[in-house]
Design a protein around this ligand. Structure first.
Ligand code: NAD
Length: 484
């Protein structure tokens, strides 16, 4: 194995996570590179105790002192960008430029955390003569962050800098498919001066997540992953009276109008569906082709056919994911859809055991087909033909998901029409991947997110803090009034 066995990180030390392990793969080569522990609840409990021990001192520091750690962490991310990029490529498979973009986003997330003191200054007002009300924000306590496989570095950094800068102590439970980046994040934070126990990492799968939902010492849980598991975590965590924000899966619709710019639309749409091999919760997966847009579809097909698999597009995460994605394509074909570009059964020379699926474009898909409704999470774009924008919006609105939607058009009026009617938390105009950048917050609607608020940006402050409302009167002459 290229890397030694993955360990938990508790109280500032790397320690064994128990006796049961899963293999960790490099998806480009299909080779085993490490093994990850499936930690039982006793290991989680040790992490909770370490976080509880660290909490009083960490939460008592003024925020301006706490964020100094994140200024240093940001510099360390910049200094180690090559190494961190390569680690993401190694365990997730995404190509170098995509992995580097992920680290750059982690740097931006950290930069936002450094600016928190400028954002969270409290509110104060004289509410009656001589009486003042103010709000102070307190950390929630020991919190947990459960993350998916598709962004091994960025998604942990959606929560770590903000939650910790706001005074919380955290247990991170990374995806068991990509456990390596988390350990480097912990090492860099330690080097940046984060006290032991403020961030802890417990590796594992279902059993570890269930233990997090049940542990009485954990006050809040953020989750990012599939809708199926988001529902489990939201239900189980809230039934244990915890604060939970659970982001789920997606099926993102792109509405393409006949007036859309050919070049911008074709290149953006292909980048959206193929980036990170289609394994982004913001990836477009359904193109609503309104009227005569065949010239755009033809250009997209040309781009896809010219993409070099293994260079312009990386592998999907596992053998099982490859089989699942190819199964969806075959089923659509059997149901009468027309495959314009076929990514099945592709082999990359020198990486014959890798889990590759080529970019795939499927036309004449019906809204009732499984491939039009379910999240595929691979480089597959289906085209549904409609005669007008209302019909396109009807299909978009009927999806249970609601992460992102986009429209490609040169008309401001059409763009506004779609913004108001799309049932999605993030909407793009001539943008294939409408990810809001800091300080704007990230979060979908419907079954793409359970819980109030968003996971990043200003909105996350509410999730990671408890407001304390203080009413003060010092001067004796302030009269007693109806509220006293
Ligand atoms: P996943 O739901 O399989 O796993 C996410 C986490 O849940 C992992 O840490 C995993 O160990 C744990 N888990 C898996 N099965 C579980 C179970 N039965 N009970 C309890 N815990 C369990 O997701 P994934 O495959 O790692 O990631 C891909 C999914 O994440 C896609 O659906 C994608 O859309 C979604 N995602 C959403 C966002 C967003 O912002 N909405 C961002 C990234 C990824």
């Amino acid at each position: 194995m290229k890397y030694s066995e993955v360990q938990n990180y508790i109280g500032g030390q790397f320690v064994s996570g128990g006796q049961n392990f899963l293999d960790v793969f490099n998806p480009a080569y299909g080779s085993v590179i490490s093994k990850v522990p499936l930690s039982p609840s006793e290991e989680l409990d040790k992490a909770v105790q370490a976080a509880k021990k660290a909490f009083p001192a960490w939460s008592n520091l003024p925020i301006k002192e706490r964020i100094q750690v994140f200024f240093r962490y940001k510099t360390l991310l910049e200094q180690h960008i090559e190494e961190l990029t390569n680690l993401v490529t190694e365990e997730n498979g995404k190509i170098y430029s995509e992995a580097k973009a992920e680290i750059l986003k982690s740097i931006e997330l950290t930069e936002f955390a450094c600016s928190l003191p400028q954002i969270i200054a409290g509110e104060v007002m004289e509410v009656s003569r001589g009486v003042e009300c103010r709000i102070e924000k307190y950390p929630v306590g020991v919190v947990a962050s459960i993350t998916p496989f598709n962004f091994p570095n960025m998604v942990p950094n959606w929560t770590i800098p903000n939650a910790i800068a706001l005074g919380n102590c955290m247990i991170l439970k990374p995806s068991e498919l990509v456990p390596l980046s988390a350990g480097r994040i912990a090492e860099l934070l330690k080097e940046a001066g984060l006290p032991d126990g403020v961030l802890n990492i417990v590796h594992g799968g279902r059993e570890t997540v269930e233990a997090i939902c049940d542990h009485p010492g954990i006050e809040a849980i953020s989750f990012v992953g599939s809708t199926k598991v988001a529902k489990i975590v939201y239900r189980r965590g809230t039934s244990n009276l915890k604060r939970v924000l659970a982001l789920g899966g997606a099926k993102n619709h792109l509405i393409v109008m006949p007036d859309a710019d050919l070049e911008m639309s074709a290149s953006n749409i292909v980048a959206s569906m193929s980036g990170c091999a289609g394994q982004r919760c913001m990836a477009a997966s359904v193109m609503m082709a309104v009227g005569r847009v065949d010239h755009i579809i033809d250009r997209m097909a040309t781009y896809m056919k010219n993409m070099v698999l293994g260079e312009a597009i990386g592998p999907v995460i596992s053998k099982e994911a490859k089989a699942r994605i190819e199964g969806y394509i075959t089923e659509a074909e059997q149901q009468g859809a027309k495959i314009l570009v076929d990514g099945r059964n592709r082999v990359v020379s020198g990486k014959e055991e890798g889990f590759f699926v080529g970019p795939t474009l499927i036309d004449y898909v019906k809204p009732s087909m499984k491939i039009a409704q379910e999240e595929i999470f691979g480089p597959v774009m289906v085209i549904i033909r409609t005669s007008d924008v209302d019909e396109a919006l009807k299909v978009e609105n009927s999806s249970p998901y609601g992460n992102a939607a986009s429209v490609f058009t040169e008309s401001g009026g059409t763009a506004r029409y779609v913004i108001e009617r799309a049932s999605a938390g993030m909407v793009g105009i001539n943008v294939g991947v409408p990810v809001p950048r800091e300080p704007f917050s990230f979060g979908g609607w419907n079954e793409s997110k359970f819980g109030a608020g968003d996971i990043t940006g200003r909105s996350s402050v509410e999730f990671w803090t408890k407001p304390k409302k203080i009413t003060t009167k010092w001067n004796i002459e302030a009269a007693t009034n109806w509220m006293s």
